[in-house]
Design a protein around this ligand. Structure first.
Ligand SMILES: Nc1ncnc2c1ncn2[C@@H]1O[C@H](COP(=O)(O)OP(=O)(O)OP(=O)(O)O)[C@@H](O)[C@H]1O
Ligand SMILES: [Mg+2]
Length: 146
């Protein structure tokens, strides 16, 4: 499905709506250029888990942030991972799946390793504050709630 956003607030709201649909084991892979709005969307997702947006930051030093909520929420930012071979050393595979929810910025770096089941969100800057957001991997009921 394709959605349009015309403000950071709208992108955050979409993140919130998506976050409300997530359940343990879900993985959200975020794709998009620098500054496209991935972290903005993660703030909305995190809010759906009761985490304040200001507590969600761009991961300049940490690759993995874990929020102590139920289900556990992991915010993973692969920006600083240079090579696909370095992915395993980040420990992300211990954070994904099972009873947790994981959202991954710069999922491009995973190649095709985020799995068939993962929810893929692609954000494209279409000028000024406009973004085109495409979401794949949601079932029909979830789509109807976005
Ligand atoms: N419709 C929009 N949706 C999201 N962000 C927008 C929108 N319009 C403008 N912006 C601005 O674009 C920037 C998006 O920043 P954000 O940190 O969310 O991007 P990012 O994709 O996480 O970047 P990075 O690749 O550095 O992690 C913010 O400054 C935000 O205010
Ligand atoms: Mg970011």
């Amino acid at each position: 499905m394709k959605l349009a956003s015309d403000s950071p607030e709208r992108t955050e709201e979409l993140g919130y709506a998506l976050g409300r649909r997530l359940k343990p084991g879900d993985v959200v892979a975020l794709f998009g250029d620098l500054g496209s709005g991935k972290t903005t969307m993660v703030k909305g997702i995190a809010r759906a888990f009761g985490i304040a947006g200001r507590d969600v930051t761009s991961a300049s030093f940490t690759i993995i942030a874990e929020y102590p909520v139920r289900p556990p929420l992991f915010h993973i930012d692969l920006y600083r991972v240079e090579k696909e071979e370095d992915i395993d050393a980040t420990g992300i595979w211990d954070c994904i799946g099972m009873d947790s929810v994981a959202v991954i910025e710069w999922a491009e770096k995973l190649g095709d390793r985020c799995g068939k089941e993962c929810i893929r969100v692609r954000i494209k800057d279409t000028g000024d504050d406009r973004r085109e957001i495409s979401i794949e991997g949601l079932n029909e009921e979830d789509r109807n709630h976005l």
